[in-house]
Design a protein around this ligand. Structure first.
Ligand code: TRP
Length: 339
């Protein structure tokens, strides 16, 4: 049969290499991205240029950027099916970022709530990059002409600004950029902090006993699950009730997400067994889910040739698309163009 395959919609997202991936981001997001590979043409990049807006230890930033890439691949984001790359290795981002700076207004940038929050928190380092962060983000996006940009709530305003800048540019110079839509991703399991089950598991939890990192050693994972808070209600049984039993319900959600079991099945499995049996069982199921991911990420980090190749191929694929957009832009605004 000679049917022309329908062109897949394009989706793009950037992730700052600022912290290690948690069990929360894996079960809540990355697992869905793996499934998304069939439905969309996906671009994911490690936003290391954006990371420069705050001070970093250079060796650590480099390591985190590569580790983050390795971890995503280990989670099942196949580089053959997704374009995975490091932002600074595709020079068109910085180049279009500069051009878009000249089409983004001081007033617009001043209204960004993230800029206001971050400058309040880091009063001693309110640099120009922090201020123009959204125009680099607009460049990240518009280079690839995506249909959708999946972002969390905190980034919606930046995507709105990207749309405004794209429209402004298109009005001045004719159709150049696709105006993307924000995309509210389907949330997988909502994983809460193990010690404070009313707030989300966060990678920025400083002490770290309430969150699980993908790369953590099994014995640390087990220890944290054994110490996870359960609820002080009198019945002390495994029952899903997020309102009155947030601790137990969170552990049940995690267990359900990693085993594929339903809440009913889980309640039956632990009927009459108490939390002392339930908590280590959840820990063990998580350990077994993360084991292959941790081992694969470690293997990738050790295999320098593979890692380099991964970066190079991703960057080449991305740059091929990005260059087409950048050329158009350079021509339209009156730059002489590449030699
Ligand atoms: N600003 C985003 C964040 O802090 C990261 C990011 C950079 C991004 N460029 C992007 C997200 C482009 C989506 C699209 O999470």
């Amino acid at each position: 049969m000679d049917t022309v395959p329908e062109k897949k919609k394009v989706m793009l997202s950037g992730i700052k290499p600022t912290g290690d991936l948690t069990l929360g981001s894996y079960l809540g997001a990355v697992k869905n991205w793996v499934e998304r590979a069939e439905l969309y043409d996906n671009y994911y990049f490690m936003a290391d240029l954006h990371a420069l807006t705050t001070r970093n230890n250079p060796a650590e930033l480099r390591r985190r950027t590569l580790e983050q890439l390795a971890q995503y691949v280990a989670c099942g984001l196949a580089p053959e099916k997704n374009t995975l790359f490091i932002q600074s290795q595709v020079h068109q981002h910085a180049e279009l970022g500069w051009v878009l700076n000249c089409y983004t207004m001081f007033g617009e940038l001043s209204r960004m709530t993230q800029f206001k929050d971050k400058s309040a928190k880091n009063a001693d380092n309110i640099n120009g990059g922090l201020f123009t962060y959204p125009s680099l983000m607009a460049a990240d996006i518009l280079l690839y002409q995506p249909d959708y940009v999946p972002v969390g709530d905190d980034q919606k305003q930046h995507v709105e600004l990207t749309r405004d800048v794209a429209q402004r540019f298109n009005n001045l110079y004719g159709e150049t950029f696709k105006v993307p839509e924000p995309f509210i991703p389907k949330v997988g399991a909502r994983v809460m902090d193990l010690l404070d089950p009313r707030s989300k598991m966060s990678k920025s939890d400083e002490i770290g006993n309430g969150r699980i990192l993908l790369m953590e050693a099994p014995e640390d994972i087990m220890r944290k699950f054994k110490r996870a808070v359960t609820d002080s209600d009198t019945e002390r049984c495994v029952r899903y009730d997020p309102e009155n039993k947030p601790g137990v319900s969170n552990l049940m959600s995690i267990y359900a997400a990693v085993t594929g079991k339903s809440f009913d099945e889980i309640e039956a499995e632990f009927d009459g067994k108490g939390y002392g049996v339930f908590k280590p069982a959840v820990g063990e199921a998580v350990v077994e889910t993360l084991r292959p991911i941790r081992e694969e990420a470690a293997r990738i980090m050790k295999d320098k040739a593979y890692l380099e190749n991964l970066c190079r191929e991703g960057a080449q694929r991305a740059s091929y698309i990005a260059e087409k957009t950048l050329r158009k832009v350079y021509r339209k605004v009156g730059l002489v163009g590449r030699v």
